[in-house]
Ligand binder design. Structure first.
Ligand code: DC
Length: 239
């Protein structure tokens, strides 16, 4: 029995999925994790939860962040994930389920500012490294293959055109009942986040030299899922 467990453990790998915002990273990462029985961690949700905390506690006002206050509050921010009845992982901030709140435009408009702050990144990266220390994890974000797990066995960098990504995000918001956000606002948000994410000083978004590039502008969800699963089989040797 224990030999079998050891054998299974030895095959576990770390899978890092990075890329631009709204390019379907989470969808493919989640699907793969479910299919192969790995844990899934959405690191963007962690930065979103910190942003929500900052908004609630007056740490960010307009585009100004009170760094002193943030530093004092950082140890009070506890982010966890809880699996709901449908088996979907949801984000909790200090024990409260904030999954819905962190996906709204209020948080989306400020999250790049919070995610560019060194002390926030340091705290999040440390938590992510603990979450993935036993491998068997699919983690998606911006710096997973470059900073969090530079030794990940499988690294993928996902992208799609800004127009296509805004269309997908807009549909998603509409399906959630948001009737006030316009397509132009979503496109502007996607473009602004690309700019901030890729030009920031702290861990700018970039493709790790050993990451596989996937442009899914013209791919369906089942197509990208199969592509990723095939890469996993190739790298892990699992049949
Ligand atoms: O993937 P997302 O759109 O939920 O990410 C939200 C923001 O957090 C996005 O602006 C980039 C940032 N982020 C980051 O800087 N590093 C990560 N590992 C994940 C997300």
């Amino acid at each position: 029995m224990s030999l079998k467990i050891e054998e299974m453990k030895s095959k576990l790998i770390t899978i890092a999925i990075d890329g631009h915002s709204s390019c379907g990273k989470s969808t493919m990462a989640k699907a793969l994790a479910k299919r192969i029985g790995y844990a899934y961690i959405d690191t963007g949700a962690m930065y979103r939860a910190v942003t929500l905390y900052c908004l609630i506690n007056g740490i960010i006002e307009g585009d100004e962040v009170n760094i002193k206050r943030l530093r004092r509050h950082m140890s009070n921010i506890n982010i966890t994930f809880q699996v709901n009845a449908e088996g979907v992982s949801e984000t909790c901030l200090n024990g409260v389920n904030v999954e819905k709140l962190i996906r709204g435009m209020e948080v989306s408009n400020k999250v790049s500012i919070i995610a560019a702050i060194g002390l926030v990144r340091k705290a999040m990266v440390a938590q992510q490294q603990v979450m993935g220390q036993n491998k068997g994890i699919v983690m998606d974000g911006r710096d997973i293959g470059t900073v969090v797990f530079p030794n990940a066995e499988l690294k993928v960098f996902v992208t799609a055109s800004a127009q296509v990504r805004a269309e997908r995000r807009f549909k998603e918001l509409q399906n959630k009942g948001d009737t006030t956000t316009t397509f132009e606002q979503v496109l502007a948000n996607v473009e602004e986040r690309d700019l901030i994410d890729s030009t920031r000083k702290e861990s700018p978004l970039r493709q790790a030299p050993d990451a596989l590039l996937l442009d899914n502008s013209h791919m369906t969800i089942p197509e990208q899922d199969e592509w990723l699963y095939a890469k996993y089989i190739e790298v892990s040797g699992r049949k």
